[in-house]
Design a protein. Structure first.
Length: 176
């Protein structure tokens, strides 16, 4: 099994809605490598992120998909304590590579990850820190674990069938 280390936040953009500055602030005094992957949305927010970066923080504007997946496959934790994800394709991709996931608690993340992720209040750096530290302390995820099985069941087809069933039930109730 490959050795996983560090924290990755692959969020496509570095911006306040994605909350990378709070992640860096929450982890700034931990001896852990943190990698942010995303194009800066504005210079002021990137400067704020850099303020809380440590010598072990790496910034990447962009990487090819194969490189992103490699980074996810090496990260111990994918942390994305966003204000608005649903739950964020990057978190789903990172979970599929076997990384532990820490996500915000403001969207529908729990519906996707259930009890198999760490949840953090995006407004509370202490909450973010607790969730990331707990995820870093966990043993590596084994192949075929409960999170992998949960995500494998959530295919586009299965979601479309559930949506169709919901509409059919709503129409039947309306007719009754």
């Amino acid at each position: 099994a490959r050795v996983r280390r560090g924290v990755l936040c692959a969020a496509a953009r570095i911006e306040s809605k994605k909350n990378q500055a709070a992640l860096l602030y929450a982890l700034h005094d931990l001896d852990v490598e943190v990698t942010l992957l995303g194009r800066p949305h504005d210079a002021a927010y990137l400067a704020l992120c850099r303020r809380w970066a440590t010598p072990r923080t790496r910034f990447f504007d962009h990487a090819p998909q194969a490189e992103v997946l490699r980074m996810m496959g090496e990260a111990a934790v994918h942390a994305h304590p966003s204000w608005l994800e649903s739950p964020g394709l990057a978190s789903l991709e990172a979970a599929a590579t076997g990384a532990h996931v820490v996500t915000g608690d403001r969207g529908c993340e729990r519906e996707y990850f259930g009890p198999h992720a760490g949840y953090a209040d995006p407004a509370d750096p202490a909450s973010i820190r607790r969730a990331v530290v707990a995820a870093l302390a966990r043993a590596p995820r084994p192949s075929g674990d409960a999170l992998e099985r949960r995500l494998r069941a959530r295919t586009w087809h299965a979601n479309a069938e559930a949506t169709l069933e919901g509409y059919e039930r709503a129409l039947a109730a309306r007719r009754a």
